[in-house]
Design a protein around this ligand. Structure first.
Ligand SMILES: [Cu+2]
Length: 218
């Protein structure tokens, strides 16, 4: 339920004292919920909030010719660990994703490495690296053209991946104006950011992207 605690003339004062939530549902071109989108908030007029990189590595496995998870969202400075669960080698490469990220001079550099296939009864071979700059990295494999994944290195701590219902739910945000950025691996052009005014209640907002829904694999 929405509560409006402030009268108009004192709204700004009230916003400054209240925290609120922002629940975003991202939809595809047909209005269906879009999982695996990234929603980022930037406070207007302030530096984006920063959170420290996690102490341990974030795992991206190569399993049955896929990157698992297909989309990984991290903050700069995060250590990524690539572990190969397949019995055959992979030659992982990371390049700048196409689109706007490719024009970003601060985007992370590319990388590549080969990871040996797993031997039964032994721990999988793994490689680690740190991505210390914001940007979107496209993951691929030199040996298997169908393998595809993404790492979204966000420049704001207020970043979430949408769930199965297409939702990104931010809670406990300070009041004020934020810019809303939405990204998805299938987007050819990232839509312009929207301004959202956070008040004293939780806001619900829908963002529709021009992404064509993919048929589910059976
Ligand atoms: Cu491969």
């Amino acid at each position: 339920m929405r509560r409006f605690l402030c009268i108009a003339s004192t709204q700004l004062v009230c916003w400054a004292a209240q925290a609120s939530g922002l629940h975003i549902q991202v939809q595809d071109r047909e209005g269906q919920p879009l999982p695996e989108a990234v929603v980022v908030l930037y406070p207007v007029g302030l530096a984006a909030p920063v959170s420290p990189a996690p102490p341990g590595p974030v795992l991206i496995e190569q399993e049955r010719m896929r990157f698992v998870p297909a989309l990984t969202v991290v903050v700069p400075g995060t250590r990524l660990r690539f572990a190969n669960l397949d019995r055959w080698d992979h030659h992982v490469r990371g390049t700048l994703a196409t689109g706007l990220a490719a024009l970003d001079p601060n985007a992370p550099p590319g990388f590549e490495f080969r990871i040996a296939g797993r031997t039964a009864g032994q721990a999988p071979a793994a490689m680690e690296l740190v991505l210390d700059k914001p940007g979107v990295v496209l993951l691929g494999c030199h040996l298997h053209g169908s393998m595809r994944g993404h790492v979204f290195v966000s420049d704001s701590a207020w970043t979430l991946k949408t769930d199965d219902k297409g939702y990104a739910r931010f809670e406990g945000l300070p009041a004020g104006k934020v810019e809303l950025r939405v990204w998805h691996p299938e987007l050819l052009v990232e839509p312009p950011r929207q301004a959202v005014q956070l008040g004293t209640s939780t806001l619900q907002q829908t963002v529709q992207l021009g992404v064509v829904p993919r048929r589910r694999r059976l």
